[in-house]
Write a protein that binds this ligand. Structure first.
Ligand code: IVH
Length: 697
């Protein structure tokens, strides 16, 4: 999700006037309405930030998001007294998500100021030399990789912690996931003489080919493809189950050495050179620049060449090389003055809209899609572009027959940037979202405050039924190999199945009646279905396709409730109490399980022999005979949850510490139990230690 090469960002860009929507004018006119509009904007922006940063599933384009932010900024600028500290304008990024332990960075992770053309780069350079009072300055040019920012801490050469950027001050502890990234050294090379403490920062990314392969797989599996490289990397890193991260071929490049203890570097280049000898991957394309002309040459070179790189880049970063000079220049609250990011313009092309159609998704969401005259954009033939939703389509005023500019947002999903109204002949036809579902004819509903219109057909809508089946069997759900959209469509057409539970009743003879189905492949299909009868609880919950319940949330729910029945019977309060589950998700989960159709479906699944696998015998008794005592507050789980997980592995939780206690788990602010445990020589675990123990195989 990226437009005009600009990433969803909360950075202030004062040179560019904030876009104003008609609403801002109206609201600003009546003081009483201002507060309400401010709140409404903040609420909307928080919702979209959450979708973008936490769910990795943006719903609107960057432009639409920028318009909301622009309106909020303009309104706050006009009413400074109404700026609240928690306004989205006051933040650099997204706060850490629940479900991961928060970590405070040794030094805030700031973002970068942007330059969108050569003049803005020259202006930055001028400011730098003026501020330093020198005639020239040594600079370094680097590629700006498009992935997710991470911070890695090494103590005495050993990798001890890795975190996401989060809101810049606090990120999420994703150490176990980062350990699965192959190019990340778990130990720095001895001959680099590792300092006692060093934090390095960089970008984790998915090589483009891997990203394309994953997206193809996701599409075959009926899942939404990742909107861009950043979302793919961030989504892969922020998995509660590191095994999921391990399956993604993530790579890493370090672009900065942060806090160092026990060593001093003079220049940025020197620090990266050291990092390279320590075995940390650094960008091999970085280059020294002695003048702004050198910088511009680098920019021009890479603007032309970047398509040849195996990973996505969205710009060039220029940095002052001397660390003393960096310190002298300092930073604003948002970004350092000693660096700037030049953003490449996104690749665009002109084409025509042949038609506008509506895609019906698994949850009934209707997405308008432009069918395009095929056109090549950054090396790929583009035939369709998403129009996101009705409001977006209206805002851009896209009509059938229009000539439009399309671009590949973040190199992946094409979108319509704008209409070339000057090319209109008068024959263009506006498209109205249908009042009834184009597939099943059920009424379409759009709830107040929601951007998405939905088909209300539910189980009778063939499009939703197919999408749900695809989702049910997809890789992260029940992973029924070889049962893809085409096969499912045939089964539906022949009325051999109506819902996912019917799959388990299919006979070999029935499967053999399908097109191009030989003995061997029919056997494979039946075997794959049979194998999927014992999914983990998390997979089963995910496979149900509950709105707002992605893999991550499904894992949280499974871990908390431990049992499908308990989850299905949970009250709104109980679900809302689960750490990491917000009110929208809780509401959706409870509503889902209350529906009679859901209950009938779950009974049918059970009758078909589909049951979540019991924890394996080996892991079941792993902690049997061990006793645990808890003291202090835990961050990642509630006390109850931690106790449940210990119990699930056969351990016993008791209240007081004795010589027979196996482990004392000490959270924040531990009480007197900690002292007692130390005296008695009981092993003390901190929360990460407990998590490691629980996750050991
Ligand atoms: S330097 C304080 N160098 O771009 C300066 N950042 O908006 C820290 N990025 O989230 C950033 N490549 O993750 C720097 N060569 C590079 C980079 C880079 C990508 C990302 C970074 C940050 C964003 C800055």
């Amino acid at each position: 999700m990226k437009t005009k090469g600009r990433r969803l960002s909360l950075r202030r860009e004062p040179e560019r006037p904030a876009p104003r929507t008609p609403g801002s004018r109206r609201a600003a006119d009546r003081p009483g309405d201002v507060v309400r509009r401010l709140e409404e904007l903040r609420e909307k922006i928080r919702y979209h930030l959450h979708r973008y940063h936490v769910l990795d599933a943006p719903e609107i384009s960057d432009e639409a998001f920028d318009a909301l932010m622009g309106e909020l900024r303009a309104l706050e600028a006009a009413h400074p007294a109404l700026v609240t500290p928690d306004s989205p304008t006051q933040r650099v990024g997204a706060p850490p998500a629940e479900g991961f332990r928060p970590v405070t960075h040794p030094q805030p992770m700031r973002s970068l100021a942007n330059a969108f053309d050569e003049d803005e780069l020259r202006a930055w350079y001028k400011r730098v030399v003026t501020n330093l009072g020198t005639a020239t300055v040594d600079l370094v040019c680097e590629l700006k990789l498009d992935g997710a920012a991470i911070s890695l801490v090494y103590e005495r050469g050993v990798f001890v912690r890795g975190a996401t950027r989060g809101d810049g001050v606090r990120g999420e502890d994703i150490t176990p996931n980062l350990r699965t990234v192959r190019s990340l050294p778990l130990r720095l090379r001895e001959d680099s003489d590792p300092p006692e403490f060093v934090e390095v920062r960089g970008e984790v990314f998915l090589p483009l080919r891997a990203l394309e392969a994953i997206n193809r797989e996701r599409e075959t599996a009926g899942e939404p493809p990742f909107a861009n490289a950043r979302n793919a990397a961030a989504g892969s890193l922020r998995q509660l189950d590191p095994a999921v991260t391990a399956r993604r071929p993530l790579d890493l490049v370090i672009y900065q050495v942060g806090v160092v203890r026990g060593r001093r570097f003079k220049t940025h280049r020197e620090s990266l050179e050291w990092a390279r000898t320590a075995g940390v991957p650094v960008d091999p394309h970085s280059r020294r620049a002695a003048s702004i002309e050198d910088v511009l040459a680098y920019v021009r070179e890479w603007s032309a060449q970047r398509q040849t790189l195996p990973y996505g880049t969205d710009g060039i970063v220029v940095k002052v090389d001397s660390l003393d000079q960096q310190a002298e220049l300092g930073a604003t609250s948002q970004a350092p003055r000693w660096a700037i990011a030049y953003k490449f313009p996104a690749e665009q092309a002109e084409t025509a809209v042949r038609d506008i159609t509506v895609h019906v998704g698994r949850t009934g969401a209707l997405t308008p899609v432009a069918d395009l005259e095929p056109v090549r954009v950054s090396g790929v033939i583009v035939r369709h572009a998403t129009l996101h939703n009705e409001d977006e389509m209206r805002r851009k005023d896209v009509r059938i027959g229009d000539h439009v500019i399309v671009q590949r947002a973040g190199e992946v999903i094409p979108e319509v940037v704008r209409v070339l109204t000057e090319k209109r002949t008068g024959d263009e036809r506006p498209f109205a979202m249908p009042a009834t579902c184009p597939v099943c004819g059920s009424p379409v509903e759009r709830k107040p405050g929601e951007a998405v219109a939905r088909c209300t057909g539910g189980a009778i809508c063939p499009a939703q039924v197919l999408e749900r089946l695809i989702h049910f069997g997809s890789r992260d759900a029940l992973n029924i190999e070889g049962v893809g959209p085409k096969l499912l469509q045939q089964l539906l057409d022949r009325e051999l199945i109506r819902d996912p539970a019917d799959l388990f009743r299919l006979t070999r003879a029935q499967v053999l009646t399908l097109e191009r189905m030989a003995d061997k492949s029919a056997d494979n299909v039946i075997a794959a279905i049979a194998r999927s009868r014992r999914p983990t609880l998390a997979r089963l919950v995910y496979s149900l396709g509950i709105r707002h319940v992605g893999l991550h949330v499904a894992e949280v729910l499974a871990q908390h409730f431990g049992d499908l029945d308990r989850l299905a019977r949970a009250s709104l309060e109980e679900v809302s109490d689960v750490p990491g589950i917000g009110p929208t998700i809780a509401q959706s989960v409870v509503e889902f399980f209350q529906q009679p159709a859901t209950r009938a479906f779950l009974r049918k699944l059970e009758a078909a022999g589909v049951r979540p696998e019991a924890p394996s015998a080996a892991s079941k008794g792993r902690l049997s005979g061990k006793t645990f005592v808890f003291t202090g507050a835990l961050e990642r789980f509630s006390r109850r949850e931690a106790a449940e997980r210990v119990a699930a592995l056969g351990g016993t939780v008791t209240d007081s510490v004795s010589a027979r206690t196996s482990y004392l788990v000490a959270g924040g602010d531990p009480g007197s139990k900690l002292e007692r445990a130390r005296k008695l020589g009981v092993t003390v675990l901190d929360e990460p230690g407990l998590i490691r123990l629980l996750e050991e195989r």
